[in-house]
Design a protein around this ligand. Sequence first.
Ligand SMILES: Nc1nc2c(c(=O)[nH]1)N[C@H]1C(S)=C(S)[C@@H](COP(=O)(O)O)O[C@H]1N2
Ligand SMILES: [Mo]
Length: 335
Amino acid sequence: MLLKIKRGWELKESQATPENVYLDRRRLLKMAVAGPVLLAGGGLLTACDDAPAQATQLAAGEAAAMPDPSAKLYPVQRNMRYRLDRDLTAEKDATSYNNYYEFGSSKNIWQKAQALPIRPWVVSIAGMVEKPMEIGIDDLLAKMPLEERLYRHRCVEAWSMAVPWSGFALKALVDFARPLGAAKYLKMESFENPEVAGGQKASWYPWPYVEGLTIAEATNDLAFMATGIYSKAMPKQNGAPLRLAVPWKYGFKSIKGIVRFEFTDRRPVSFWQEIQAAEYGFWANVNPKVPHPRWSQASERVLGGNERVPTLPFNGYGEFVAGLYTGMENEKLYM
Ligand SMILES: Nc1nc2c(c(=O)[nH]1)N[C@H]1C(S)=C(S)[C@@H](COP(=O)(O)O)O[C@H]1N2
Ligand SMILES: [Mo]
């Protein structure tokens, strides 16, 4: 994997690729032993995906051709409690402009993602629970109360969308898992499969992708496990077969391709926090008044056009979630 330096003025959208982070010293050292790397001092590093031909081959392969057995579950009933203040994003935009670093750091990974096998897909429930277990995704889906919700989504890179997710309340999964009273956090992990997910060959990233919530956040009504989108089973590029949707937080919290849920009394260190703790924290609640160290969070570009709209506190979901954070003023709640 080649690293290509992009200078600020070469970036397509001046603010749109913050997660092509300034790598820290430790990570640079790791990279130096990892293989061929092109470096120029101090520049913005962009992991550059350089194998489109191979990806097309994989996309035409077996995993891509396999039908999704959960397709027949959709559409599901819409829960009218969750309303939008804007139009839905066009399906084409939400399914072709994605962040999924397992498949590369560009937004254009949807074809590469088709190579991911999503059956069998075993989900582990581990850690501080009454009985650790493994369950196949289709068995899990059969147990969960599926519904549709219209949610906004606000990426930390200052673009946003509004999509109809299908899935179930994360609380239903927490109840099913029966965590012990001492558990304080829910840690979630994505799949690891560098054979098909070329981005995972980049060893300077701390794979697998990890995210976490407090139990109070995970059992809040808004926390949603999405298994479908636009009344269909979830496309692979959007995180099939199981991804989180926590719309009051920056998009990187909404982890895709989940294979493991671990209940723990220790706060998980998330993927982006591990890479760059000065820019990405544990809480990551949306707040227009707290800028990212490298850009403003005051407004957002609505996917599908060039319109910018003001960003709202908690991405507009304060009535649901603001109470989770009372008395926590000492925490870095907005990064
Ligand atoms: N496993 C995994 N989950 C992930 C990411 C990722 O790179 N890997 N990117 C996150 C980011 S930064 C965003 S904005 C959303 C994007 O979701 P979408 O492609 O469905 O819009 O997924 C999040 N979940
Ligand atoms: Mo994001």
